[in-house]
Design a protein around this ligand. Structure first.
Ligand SMILES: Cc1ncc(COP(=O)(O)O)c(C=O)c1O
Length: 484
């Protein structure tokens, strides 16, 4: 019996053809018509049997491999795994096996030989880390006299962060700051504070995929508000909140990830009337806000124009300094800080005091570090754009105003299917759908520009080779064109 003989009617339904093929194969595994532990047709043979291109079968097999259904054995073809345990787990608790675990696979499994165009964070590079550690030693001696648990954070660091926020145009005091283990934890703490399983949360579409993971892990329902070339409109946040009865909203007004746009000050001032009318707390994630690429300073945070309903501002040192510090914060009204202190206590009893002492010292050189990071990010962006123009001339983009990733539009085909081809060419890249709340953005890729120049060049060469090979079937509908 051939693999194709149990796939009757597989072409019915909508969506990209490789997904339909993968879905039919999955059903056949579940029904036992293709038994676990058996070998299935080679990519070339199945392509012939079901009359599709080999690239379609490759994309379907890659997806099933990733889901844990299939494994390839050197020299003996592709097999249905005997114990597809990952699949079962994934089905039971989808939230905990979210998009990041697929998209940032390298963080879990190691990088291997692939060029990783997934994580948008610079290496520590010229960061004066060693000097900061040395300068922090006496502070640590002093701090170590106590028990070391500081639920809201190390006071000298909270003071530095408050000054940093004040310099952004948002007057702040240390009492308004909670230190977190990265912005990722900050999003999770605020989601835990404002949402309960089953509640809706307004998010931009597209948005940061790590936030989608947290929200779905907590059982929240993301409700999309469209992002345009000037970010999200206050009115769109309001409409999404009314539609869904959302408990809070999560936005990235300054250097949106992945689109790279900025919400203008005029629009920021429109937010408070909407959130006040709807009693909608608003979380603004400013993780990327220090990384201007166009020489302009961004407008002040939305919290500067807050009304009666709180605006919670998230910051992080991951992009401005280094992700390995795992240091972020929330700036909130004092009464909210007290509630967040309880959440933080439950989550991890407080962030590492060692890191916080070092971070407080790094803040002494924040202006110099920021200037260097901006220069480096600009240089890498220029290099990435030049390489893409030369090697994949059909790809287009709007230059980002800030941040560390380029939001690239493909002229045709499916970014998800292309990403599988790219992975076989030795470059991991994130398709736009990973950032989507709706089913859109499969015409986009998110490409970070953080790697060393030679790695960036090599990555683009591999992308170009994959693009040459990638030939979508004619019946793959061209992805819905996205607004941004
Ligand atoms: C918008 C945004 N928020 C939060 C995070 C998580 O950052 P951290 O490393 O501080 O946890 C990222 C990281 O990519 C991000 O881009």
């Amino acid at each position: 019996m051939t693999t194709a003989s149990v796939l009757g009617g597989w072409q019915e339904g909508g969506g990209p053809i490789y997904l339909r093929l993968a879905s039919a194969l999955r059903d056949a595994f579940r029904r036992g018509e293709i038994p676990t532990g058996s070998r299935i047709s080679t990519e070339r043979a199945l392509a012939r049997e079901v009359h599709v291109s080999r690239a379609t079968v490759v994309a379907a097999y890659d997806l099933l491999r990733e889901e844990g259904w299939l494994e390839s054995r050197q020299g003996s073809g592709t097999w249905v795994r005997k114990h597809p345990s990952m699949v079962t787990l994934g089905e039971q608790r989808p939230g905990y096996f979210g998009r990041s675990t697929t998209t940032l696979r390298g963080l879990i499994e190691g990088r291997g030989e692939s060029v990783e165009f997934t994580v948008a964070a610079l290496s520590s590079g010229s960061l004066p880390l060693r000097e900061a550690v040395e300068a922090a030693m006496p502070d640590l001696d002093e701090a170590a006299r106590g028990h070391g648990y500081e639920s809201v954070g190390y006071l000298p660091l909270r003071e530095r962060i408050a000054d940093h926020m004040t310099a952004w145009g948002l007057p702040s005091r240390a009492e308004q700051i909670v230190v977190t283990t990265g912005a990722q934890q900050a999003i999770g703490m605020l989601a835990a504070l404002y949402g309960r399983s089953g509640d809706a949360v307004v998010v931009e579409d597209p948005t940061y995929f790590g936030a989608i993971d947290i929200f779905t892990a907590l059982g929240l329902r993301p409700e999309p508000a469209q992002v345009g070339i000037q970010g999200v409109r206050a009115e769109a946040i309001g409409r999404a909140a009314v539609r869904s009865g959302a408990r809070f909203a999560y936005v990235m007004p300054t250097y949106h990830n992945p689109v790279g746009v900025v919400m203008p000050e005029r629009e920021r001032r429109e937010v408070a009337p909407v959130t006040t009318a709807l009693h909608l707390p608003l979380v603004e994630d400013l993780t990327l806000a220090a990384l201007s690429l166009d020489g302009q300073e961004p407008p002040p945070p939305i919290a500067t124009f807050a009304g009666e309903v709180p605006v919670l501002t998230i910051g992080s040192l991951s992009k401005l300094m280094w992700g390995g510090l795992r240091l972020g914060w929330i700036r909130a009204p004092e009464e909210v800080v007290l509630r967040l202190a309880k959440v933080k206590l439950v989550m991890d009893h407080g962030s590492s005091l060692v890191t916080q002492c070092v971070a407080a010292r790094l803040f002494e050189r924040v202006d110099e570090i920021r200037a260097e990071r901006r220069r480096l990010a600009r240089e890498r962006l220029d290099l990435l754009m030049a390489e893409l123009r030369e090697h994949v001339p059909g790809w287009t983009w709007n230059e980002p105003a800030g941040g560390l990733a380029l939001w690239v539009r493909l002229p045709y085909g499916s970014a998800q299917a292309f990403a599988y081809v790219a992975a076989r060419h030795g470059v991991d890249v994130v398709p736009g759908g990973a950032s989507a709340i709706s089913s859109g953005f499969d015409d986009h890729l998110r490409i970070p520009f953080v790697a060393e120049p030679e790695v960036l060049r090599e990555g683009v060469r591999r992308l170009a080779a994959a693009w040459d090979e990638y030939a979508p079937d004619e019946d793959v509908p061209t992805a819905v064109r996205s607004v941004v």
